[in-house]
Design a protein around this ligand. Structure first.
Ligand SMILES: CC(C)(COP(=O)(O)OP(=O)(O)OC[C@H]1O[C@@H](n2cnc3c(N)ncnc32)[C@H](O)[C@@H]1OP(=O)(O)O)[C@@H](O)C(=O)NCCC(=O)NCCS
Length: 204
């Protein structure tokens, strides 16, 4: 878990990018008889170091923190959400734009997603996924893609990207997944999905 210098989250535009609807979501639950609350909030400046540390620990690598830093610097984070428990950052997810055959179809690539080791398997990754999907949908994104374990991401509605006629740059098969966020939005769209160049530059 990674502490914050101050925790005055606001819904102001956190990094200068176009603001998406960023209502704080607070989920209450009980673990071992103790009432807990997890807040899902947009990332803002005081959170950045903690997000960096969380991703370094969760992935055991510098690739993801460096990738997120580059996306942030280039204003390519469409959404960046943190999960907070007791003033500690315990989870993070972000989304960035992707193109298909070089064209913008309002499709987002979700990820990286991370939850600190001490808080895994408590539904926090799920809360972050549900919220990033909801925010993309509410902001009229047509679809989302991601690379990951289908056993995890199927539960959120993702299925084979190839079945939608989408290819990826990583030669991933079942790990490459897509989800329509609007009705039949991928019916007339097919081709090569490309993430922004920060992914290749960081070896992600
Ligand atoms: C993947 C990750 C974000 C899941 O977070 P989490 O808060 O533990 O997930 P949830 O509590 O919402 O879901 C837990 C469920 O997902 C399953 N699960 C967790 N990670 C999984 C993975 N990598 N592959 C398949 N299933 C996974 C758990 O077994 C559990 O299953 P159950 O509901 O059947 O018991 C977390 O394990 C993590 O940070 N991993 C390291 C970074 C990473 O690999 N990120 C994903 C790639 S971008």
């Amino acid at each position: 878990m990674y502490g914050l210098p101050s925790l005055h989250a606001s819904n102001e535009n956190p990094h200068g990018q176009e603001n998406m609807s960023c209502e704080a979501m607070v989920v209450y639950y009980i673990i071992l008889g103790k009432l807990m609350s997890i807040s899902i909030l947009p990332e803002c400046n005081p959170y950045i170091d903690a997000v960096d540390q969380l991703n370094r620990e969760a992935f055991g690598s510098d690739v993801e923190p460096k990738l997120i830093k580059l996306l942030r610097e280039r204003d390519e984070l469409l959404i960046s959400l943190v999960a907070i428990d007791d003033d500690k950052i315990i989870g993070h997810v972000c989304a960035s734009p992707v193109t298909i055959n070089g064209n913008n179809h309002s499709i987002a690539g979700i990820g990286p997603l991370s939850v600190c080791k001490s808080h895994r398997c408590q539904g926090i990754g799920g809360m972050l996924m549900e919220e990033v999907i909801a925010q993309l949908r509410n902001n009229d994104f047509a679809a989302a893609v991601l690379l990951g374990d289908p056993n995890y991401y199927h539960r959120f509605g993702f299925s084979s990207g190839a079945a939608f006629g989408l290819q990826n740059e990583y030669n991933a098969d079942e790990a490459f997944m897509a989800m329509e966020l609007q009705h039949n939005s991928l019916v007339k769209i097919s081709g090569l999905v490309q993430y922004v160049s920060a992914f290749k530059e960081q070896g992600a």
